[in-house]
Design a protein. Structure first.
Length: 357
């Protein structure tokens, strides 16, 4: 870092980032990861619902939800609630920050004014690369359609998948649904960037949980925080797309396995992720990861394909625990918000598409 960036008295480079952080996803997390890499201490300002509604249209998540999710991102050191929509020198000075960062996409007020024009003019602005293949606009669009157009179909299955409907006539060769995101190119480098790369220390109590973790939201955050408190090292198993579709049906999952892995890895409560974990928690899995506790939320546990309890082995060993996060937000909750406000969100998406054109 250039010496002229270190303007605060401590010599620590303090970085300011701000935004709506609505429908928080790994693209937001990646911009904050890049922001943190430019300094030592990252402060994130989050706009209020009122500010967002004035400039962009109604947010999907409430401001309290957005504050909580941003605080849970592993690279964030501090969150400022109710940050102004236009970034000013006064804001940077108030929080003793050296400069402000944003992605290389356009951000303007309702009047079309660059929200960073003041800090840009003062030379206190840095830019990071926007993460290709993901956007809040795209996610809202997937939910507004409520179709399976974000799915592709690979392979075959011996049996019909409950809740799965596709335009095929031969169900003896029914293809399996995988959530398709054509612009997302997940790489080992990206996963490495998001992962801590740490293993459990000797004597650590290892906790395991598994699920879809689709549209990563405050319900997931509260659950994972409680799960992490059950031990020292939390491992999250991410189910593959067609398994999620089998037990949830409809157009689930909204986000594919690659997207969901990055979302969960960005959470500070998570130590490790199993990519494509089995639905049934087997003896082999428990032994391989030396699991001490297996946790599940308060939602109903659906049986495996063969009718068996997927947590039978953990229960037999006496290491299964059900925990209540105290938060009843589910992926369905978020989708209902989108559908109930369909007209407003369609308008918002249209404005975004025009601006990016």
């Amino acid at each position: 870092m250039d010496s002229d960036s270190k303007q605060n008295n401590s010599g620590t480079v303090r970085v300011w980032a701000d935004g709506c952080y609505d429908m928080v996803h790994f693209g937001h997390a990646n911009s904050l990861r890049q922001a943190k890499s430019l300094g030592d201490y990252l402060i994130v300002g989050v706009h209020t619902d009122e500010e967002i509604a004035n400039h962009k249209g109604p947010p999907v998540y409430t401001e309290q939800e957005r504050y909580k999710i941003v605080r849970a991102i592993k690279w964030v050191d501090e969150v400022v609630e109710g940050a102004p929509y236009v970034t000013t020198i006064e804001t940077l000075d108030k929080y003793n920050c050296d400069f402000s960062i944003h992605g290389d996409d356009i951000t303007t007020t309702s009047e079309g004014v660059d929200t960073y024009h003041i800090v840009k003019k003062a030379g206190k602005y840095r830019e990071v690369s926007r993460t290709q293949g993901i956007s809040t606009t795209d996610l809202v669009g997937r939910m507004l359609l409520m179709t399976k157009q974000h799915h592709t179909y690979l392979g075959s299955s011996e049996s019909y998948l409950p809740g799965f409907d596709c335009n095929v006539t031969n169900f003896s060769q029914n293809p399996l649904p995988y959530t398709r995101v054509t612009n997302l190119l997940s790489t080992s480098q990206r996963i490495t960037q998001f992962s801590d790369g740490k293993e459990p220390k000797p004597g650590d109590k290892v906790v395991y949980t598994a699920g879809a973790f689709d549209l990563f939201h405050v319900g997931h955050i509260d659950f994972l925080e409680k799960a992490s408190q059950m031990g020292d090292f939390l491992i999250v198993g991410l189910l593959i797309d067609h398994v999620v579709n089998r037990y949830k049906g409809g157009n689930y999952p909204i986000m594919n396995l690659q997207e969901r892995v990055l979302n969960v890895l960005a959470c500070k409560y998570v130590s490790e992720v199993v990519i494509g974990a089995p639905y049934c928690v087997t003896a082999e899995l428990l032994d391989h990861f030396k699991v001490n506790v297996v946790v599940h939320g308060s939602t109903t546990i659906l049986p495996d394909e063969n009718g068996a309890d997927p947590y039978m082995e953990a229960k037999k060993r006496g290491i299964f625990q059900s925990i209540d996060s105290g938060n009843d937000t589910h992926t369905d909750t978020i989708i209902r918000r989108i559908i109930n406000n369909r007209i407003e969100y369609e308008k918002r998406n249209k404005r975004k598409e025009i601006k990016l054109a």
